[in-house]
Ligand binder design. Structure first.
Ligand SMILES: Nc1ncnc2c1ncn2[C@@H]1O[C@H](COP(=O)(O)OP(=O)(O)OP(=O)(O)O)[C@@H](O)[C@H]1O
Length: 278
């Protein structure tokens, strides 16, 4: 069964006459990665909030069609229950920090403490989450002293300490170097049974996902594998010239069978060499 299922779903903000999201229609099995792509203002963060269970309290709106998480309506769960299942990390890490923790460790422990877990379990979760985010050395620091990239890794650690089934990353790595962001993402992708949804303006980061969903003006235009969509989505997204050239060559049948399409400029150079060798 799909962990997330939308069927002809739309969302209309309270007081608005037209939907802010419409034609949302996809199913994502547990353990897979979906990349939601689209230009500025296309509705990515609104969809992220809907998936996070913000409707109707934090996102006053009405739904139509089917919008389900694990077979139940997305908007029905109590926030405390949903927090143990779904976590959203956004681009501004400071908005995710409580502002009342003296150390990063206390910040990361805050969520699990609110789940009423025992001390030992909380410690294990914090250690694991900080290690996954390369943030162990930050554990004793005051959150207010963190750099932007450090705060972003701590915000991600806070989400992971909740051991969510669904992790929503809304441009959550925009303060990290591309290499650090890719490394983190690779680690998350192999976590057992974690379902990931990335909200991205970068084609390169999105292209590695199992499925790509394209939003344009709040409307789902398509949902398919990256190779099927790249020609339509690429103009609206960022990507290096090397990656654009590689995907265009592939679409024009100038690519060699068995060589993967690249998702980074460095990868593109290796792949071009493989294609040329053939
Ligand atoms: N509370 C609100 N009330 C009315 N309109 C809103 C509200 N929040 C967002 N919008 C509008 O909804 C549209 C989609 O916004 P959203 O933040 O989902 O886009 P986005 O794709 O995440 O954009 P970006 O990549 O620039 O962050 C935008 O036109 C935005 O101005």
């Amino acid at each position: 069964m799909a962990l997330i299922r939308f069927a002809q779903a739309s969302l209309t903000r309270a007081g608005a006459t037209a939907p802010c999201l419409s034609c949302i229609d996809f199913a994502l099995p547990a353990g897979q990665t979906l990349a939601v792509v689209g230009g500025s203002g296309s509705g990515k963060s609104t969809l992220a909030g809907w998936l996070a269970g913000w409707v109707p309290h934090a996102l006053p709106a009405t739904e139509a069609g089917v919008a389900e998480f694990d077979g139940a309506p997305l908007s029905g769960a109590l926030p405390a229950v949903r927090a143990g299942q779904v976590q959203l990390v956004q681009g501004n890490p400071y908005a995710a920090l409580t502002g009342c923790a003296f150390t990063v460790y206390d910040e990361v422990a805050f969520g699990p403490e609110n789940l009423g877990l025992c001390e030992e379990e909380i410690r294990a979760r914090c250690r694991e989450a900080l290690a996954l985010c390369d943030a162990e050395a930050l554990a004793v620091r005051a959150p207010s002293t963190l750099s932007g990239g450090e705060a972003q890794r701590v915000a991600l650690a806070c989400a992971l300490a909740m051991r969510p089934r669904l992790l929503l990353l809304d441009e959550a790595f925009n303060r990290l170097t591309p290499a650090a962001a890719d490394r983190l993402l690779e680690r998350l992708r192999v976590l057992p049974m974690l379902t990931l949804v990335l909200f991205e303006k970068s084609f390169e980061r999105a292209a590695g996902a199992d499925l790509m969903l394209w939003l344009d003006g709040g409307v789902q235009r398509a949902c398919a594998e990256a190779g099927v969509l790249f020609d339509r989505v690429l103009p609206a997204l960022t990507a290096s010239d090397a990656v654009r050239a590689a995907w265009r060559s592939r679409a024009a049948d100038l690519w060699r069978d068995g060589v993967a399409a690249p998702c980074s400029a460095a990868d593109a150079l290796t792949r071009f060499a493989e294609v040329a060798d053939g």
